[in-house]
Write a protein of this length. Structure first.
Length: 354
């Protein structure tokens, strides 16, 4: 099979390699699509702290595909099933695994980070990491299950109640998923703060009630006007900058919740007003990976309740992974996929994510 290895120092190599036989509890997944994640970009740049990678390794942890071969003891999957892969593997025996906090696992490792992942034609994965997708849904959508599962973890922590007001800061793929999840969770009104013109339009199409350009408009003023209060009940920050963190804390209403969802730069710090935490009785929360949310994310995608077609903007063949990463960093892309089976026609069209 063809696979693209990360060699370290921002270098990749695509080559033909033999595929190993699946163990008794593993399956072979023929990869249909694999998303480029912010984590991949951090790894590409050699940033410390986001993920410990030992090259050479095949990256890619947001993927979907078709089961092509099953190990001797596999019972829950059949050849031909459409699946998405939960990349995170927990040890099950450390302190955190035993107290119901598996995402804090001391020995957490991930497919596509610490072991070979989805930037390949095929990937051998444990049966227990696979979640079925409805065959009626395009397999490309399945590649969004992992990011959606991470968003669901955040939404669970933010604890949006029916009727709450929600501000989503950030117009990337995550922000656009969060808008939809906030609406599904029962928010009465969702404001999306989006600096890119085209993203505000997409935000409205995906269910945001109000969109604001934070560069040109007074975000806080608009929030107070729209929500008729001092801020939002729940603020979800999906940018990863100090400025956005400041906006999030400022825009939270008295008694509000701030979810700092983005993956920050290693070592990033923010100077917090203790007074506003006290006086506003703020809850400030983090969210880490996707414990037990992958199944619900796959169910949401299979149901068609989450709209993905405006988010999936570009697709690249497997031997152009570096180009795909560069495209993911550009403002004119939202989510970039790598598709090993991309056709010549799709490749030439430039935009071929769906
Ligand atoms: Zn990811
Ligand atoms: Zn553990």
């Amino acid at each position: 099979m063809k696979a693209t290895y990360f060699l370290g120092n921002g270098k990749f190599e695509t080559k033909e390699v033999p595929l190993r036989k699946p163990e008794a509890d593993e399956v072979v997944v023929k990869v249909a699509a694999c998303g480029i994640c912010g984590t991949d970009i951090h790894i590409y740049h050699g940033d410390k702290g986001s993920a410990d990678v030992t090259p050479p390794v095949i990256l890619g942890h947001e993927f979907s595909g078709i089961v092509e071969e099953i190990g001797a003891n596999v019972t829950s999957l059949q050849v031909g099933d459409h699946v998405t892969v939960d990349p995170n593997i927990y040890c099950g025996s450390c302190h955190y695994c035993k107290i119901g906090k598996k995402n804090m696992c001391r020995n957490l490792f991930a497919i596509g980070v610490n072991r070979d992942g989805g930037f390949a034609e095929k990937c051998v994965v444990p049966e227990k990491q696979c979640v079925l997708l409805d065959k009626k849904i395009p397999l490309e959508y399945g590649a969004m299950t992992e990011p959606l599962a991470c968003c669901l973890r955040g939404i669970d922590i933010a604890d949006i109640r029916p009727g709450n007001t929600v501000l989503v800061i950030g117009d990337g793929a995550i922000g656009l998923l969060m808008v939809q999840l906030a609406k599904l969770a029962g928010a009465s009104k969702v404001i999306l703060s989006a600096p890119i013109d085209s993203r505000r339009e997409i935000g409205l199409a995906l269910g945001a009630d109000v969109v604001v350009n934070p560069v040109k408009e007074d975000l806080l003023g608009r929030i107070r006007e729209e929500f008729r209060s001092d801020g939002a009940d729940v603020v979800i920050e999906c940018v990863g900058s100090i400025q956005a963190t400041g906006q999030a804390v400022e825009a939270a209403d008295r008694g509000g919740t701030v979810l700092l969802f983005s993956v920050p730069k290693a070592g990033a710090t923010y100077c917090l007003s203790m007074e506003s935490v006290f006086q506003k009785e703020l809850k400030i929360c983090g969210s880490f990976v996707n414990p037990d949310t992958h199944g619900r994310a796959a169910a949401l995608i299979s149901s068609g309740k989450i709209r993905l077609e405006p988010i999936l903007t570009h697709a690249f063949p497997i031997d152009q992974l570096e180009d795909a990463i560069h495209m993911q960093m550009r403002a004119d892309s939202i989510k970039v996929l790598v598709k090993p089976g991309i056709t010549e026609m799709e490749r030439n069209s430039g935009i071929a994510a769906r």
